[in-house]
Design a binder for this molecule. Sequence first.
Ligand SMILES: Cc1ncc(COP(=O)(O)O)c(C=O)c1O
Length: 376
Amino acid sequence: MIYLDNSSTTKPNKEVMESFITLNEKYYANPASLHCMGKEAENFLERSKLQMLAIAGNKDGQVVLTSGGTESNNLAIMGFAQAYQSRGNHIITTSIEHHSVLKACYQLEKMGFEVDYLTVDESGLISLEELKMKIRPETILVSIMHVNNEIGTIQPIRECATIIKSRSRAIFHSDCVQSFGKIPVTVSGLGVDAITVSSHKINGLKNSGALLMKKGVIPHPILFGGGQENGLRSGTVSLAHAVALAKAFRLSAVSSEMKDFRKWRNEMMAVCHLYENIQVLCPDHSAPHILAISFKSIKGEVAVNFFQENGVIISTSSACSSKAKNAGHVIEAIQLNDEFKHGVIRISFGNNNTNEQIEKTIDILKQFMDVIEKGM
Ligand SMILES: Cc1ncc(COP(=O)(O)O)c(C=O)c1O
């Protein structure tokens, strides 16, 4: 099978898995324990965190290890809103965030916070003018994803940071789950206060991720207990997950430089443009590893099944919403024409893909279009 659903999850790297096993075999002590084995584990933990911080351009900041992107986003949204509520109760996010941001925001609204959801254009891009209009002195938190998981739009995070920082004291968080390891991402380069990353999107392990924060930016915890992770995330820390995550960080920084995702995306896009019945979603400002397209008057599932029967794994939009009946919040937000709304598929490249696989996939796309056009 040719696996082209890497935005949903990636195959864990062998070296990452080996680190995980070795660490569990040799350094299984609790890093919070006072004995020598605990101290040794703690040293490894600190070293892994320093590596992650260096790669993420946040050397003097801090990292909180979590169970993945969902928890990191929840900690950022719920945690920063509660930590900074003495400054105000206004939050800004976008209408196309992952549900782990959106649903946390809905929860905050129930708790009395006011949330503005920025609209997007037909390619999923927010408007800096709208951001300028919505931001106010009492805005305490802005959360804008770097790359959208369904259509690949890259938001102008650096420009947003300039606007936010010149007009408010708001904390600026960005969900970088889909950008980290695919395009340049550093906390300092983006000008943000905190980023979310997830291990399984960068050939690491599932149920592992981090919230990386600038020095002095501290959320209210959302998990209470033994006070691990400087009181920000209670629960015994898994050193093996931490070391495996640091390894995934390092490998993704190297391997994504070698891959030509942009070339593959352009080749596929060129074929799509030959057909009137295909619309490319977000042709510009798009991440190199995600190509979302839609077929006119055809259900996305029909295409997914055809590709699967021919040995290629792709998905309808995101894995989380692919079982839902409606078109999904991102497709609604970009106001896709009714004829194209239900025909969306997402092809997402990863480090294990090859030129030959992409060529074969392009052939299958052409075969699918032949079948569709003959049937029309
Ligand atoms: C943009 C984005 N944010 C957050 C998440 C959630 O990450 P995790 O699966 O690690 O909880 C995902 C997962 O698909 C995602 O694509």
